[in-house]
Design a protein around this ligand. Sequence first.
Ligand SMILES: C[S@@+](CC[C@H](N)C(=O)[O-])C[C@H]1O[C@@H](n2cnc3c(N)ncnc32)[C@H](O)[C@@H]1O
Length: 255
Amino acid sequence: MKRKVLIVGIGAGNPEHVTVQAIAALNQADILFIPNKGDEKADLAQLRHAICERFTAADSGHRLVDFDVPERDRSHPAYEQGVADWHDAVQQVYERLLVEEFSEGETGVFLAWGEPALYDSMLRVFERIAAKGSFDLDYEVVPGISSVQALAAAHKIPLNRIGESILITTGRKLAEGFPANADSVVVMLDGQCAFKTVDPDTEIYWGAYLGTEDEILVSGRLGDVAQKIERLRREARDRKGWIMDTYLLRKPRKG
Ligand SMILES: C[S@@+](CC[C@H](N)C(=O)[O-])C[C@H]1O[C@@H](n2cnc3c(N)ncnc32)[C@H](O)[C@@H]1O
């Protein structure tokens, strides 16, 4: 049975991040798959639903299918193995959806947060499913506005300094040390405030809930603002039950 899948980046929180290409893809869907993840479940599922409602034609006749994405076992003693097990579990969920939800020739759209190519397991999982060859699967990817772009726009800053490079990494990696040879570093997936381990003369541009009405922005010298960010982060997470934040670090200028 032939199945077509479109993996569509929907932006990182502002419905107006949804591109014209993404809207066209949403309107091709026979099935719109809406992932639910972890703590942010209710709020972000609502936003994903609002995007589908706002950008699809009333008579487009699609079905909506909500599904839970398994969470990574953060207590797994070996990080790499923990991730591999988690990807297996996620793959099983997608394979089940391909089996149970599709009819011959249907197109299914999977909504991906931000930009699907950036710290998201969906493309890796579809690559694995396609490589197995058990499905007659044709899939395409529609890019989206990432939280990194939303961060730079909100702070009105370029990501790189003139002629310099940028590196995108995780809080976990940053906690091992500021990356060698990097001038500007974008940090995602940091639940531990790893910026506290960095030279206090580093500049930080921090953003939480970017693109949403709860957006919080702080910038300055780390030594001056790190504690404030930690406090704002804790208060916001207590208030909402979840937080998503991203930041750019710029090495202090020499001399
Ligand atoms: C699983 S990754 C997904 C990234 C996504 N594909 C993107 O393009 O932004 C989740 C991380 O993205 C960042 N993030 C996503 N949306 C965000 C937002 N609206 N505000 C701040 N950070 C966000 C956070 O660092 C969060 O931990």
